[in-house]
Design a protein around this ligand. Structure first.
Ligand code: C2E
Ligand code: MG
Ligand code: MG
Ligand code: MG
Length: 284
């Protein structure tokens, strides 16, 4: 009887694994179709210049309008997309859509359109020899000025071959595009690569802004990161600003750019546009 029980347990386990595998395959197939069926959506989150508090740029963030489950946030499908390589197609779609949207907006309302847009790129793009050609193609097709495009990479790119990474980033910068390090401070070897690889923008990770109020030690740390960035001539953006107190603190610290729910949520371009009536602050 004990033997049978063990066997049954194994079968339950096997069935569950089987179900998980099927559901993963199902999601993989549906995600693959999503791009072709036009189910991806571009959302834009404003990036505000301080101390003015006016919009300067915007970050492009992908969403998936899944017919079965509704609007999906990147956390629920980006990991699968990265495992399967589908992220390349997704990132390319967002890049094109972001360039097209901002360019059109700038043409129609030059005074109030964001001066720049930043697009997230998964680290795998750095292995693709045609990355620069593809970015150049997106700019040429949409007519967006290269100076209006920022490409965001996380610190995981620094765990790759440094020579290859630097060469690729330098190629991109020669186009006139800017490079940002996203989620700065959460990855590995945070400082060595600031010396070795060409970057223009540092985005301080949200985890440094959360809990900033009332934590003197963390304030000193964030203030020091900002000074370091400015000394190196970089544009520094504080991510994840969720309330007025955090905003006041980072403004006093000399922060020049901020992004977060307190300043504006990610939303479809049309909705963001409807709310933007004040002229943009040009990037410094
Ligand atoms: P990220 O690039 O660091 O983007 C910022 C994330 O923080 C966004 O989450 C944004 O909605 C969220 N956020 C902004 N302000 C606040 C705030 O005040 N509080 C909190 N709690 N969160 C805030 P989202 O859109 O869910 O994206 C998550 C991550 O998924 C992104 O982090 C990025 O790493 C990745 N991602 C998004 N779109 C793309 C894409 O098109 N391509 C690639 N490769 N990755 C993407
Ligand atoms: Mg980002
Ligand atoms: Mg980030
Ligand atoms: Mg992130």
């Amino acid at each position: 009887a004990a033997k049978d029980l063990g066997k049954n347990r194994f079968m339950v386990f096997e069935t569950r694994m089987h179900e998980q595998l099927l559901s993963r395959l199902d999601q993989e197939n549906r995600l693959r179709e999503a791009v072709h069926r036009g189910e991806l959506r571009l959302h834009l989150q404003p990036v505000v210049a301080l101390p003015e508090g006016e919009v300067s740029g915007a970050e492009a963030l992908v969403r998936w309008q899944d017919p079965q489950r509704g609007l999906q946030q990147p956390g629920s499908f980006i990991p699968l997309a990265e495992e399967t390589g589908m992220i390349i197609e997704i990132d390319r779609w967002i890049l094109m859509e972001a360039c097209r949207t901002i360019r059109q907006w700038q043409e129609e309302s030059p005074a109030t359109a964001p001066a720049w847009v930043s697009v997230n790129l998964s680290a795998v793009h750095l292995d693709l020899p045609d990355l620069t050609d593809h970015v150049a193609y997106a700019l040429a097709t949409t007519g967006l000025s290269p100076h209006c495009l920022v490409l965001e990479l996380t610190e995981t790119v620094m765990m790759r071959d440094l020579a290859v990474t630097s060469a690729r980033l330098e190629e991109l910068r020669e186009l006139g595009v800017k490079i940002a390090i996203d989620d700065f401070g959460t990855g590995y070897s945070s400082l060595g690569y600031l010396r070795d690889i060409p970057v223009d923008v540092l985005k301080i990770d949200r985890s440094f802004i959360t809990g900033l109020v009332g934590n003197g030690r963390q304030q000193e740390l964030v203030s020091a990161i900002m000074q370091l960035g400015h000394t190196l001539g970089l544009r520094v953006v504080a991510e994840g600003v969720e309330d007025a107190e955090q905003l006041a603190l980072i403004t006093v610290m000399g922060c020049r750019y901020a992004q977060g729910y307190h300043l504006g949520r990610p939303q479809p371009a049309g909705e963001l546009r409807a709310g933007l009536t004040v002229p943009v602050t040009a990037p410094r």
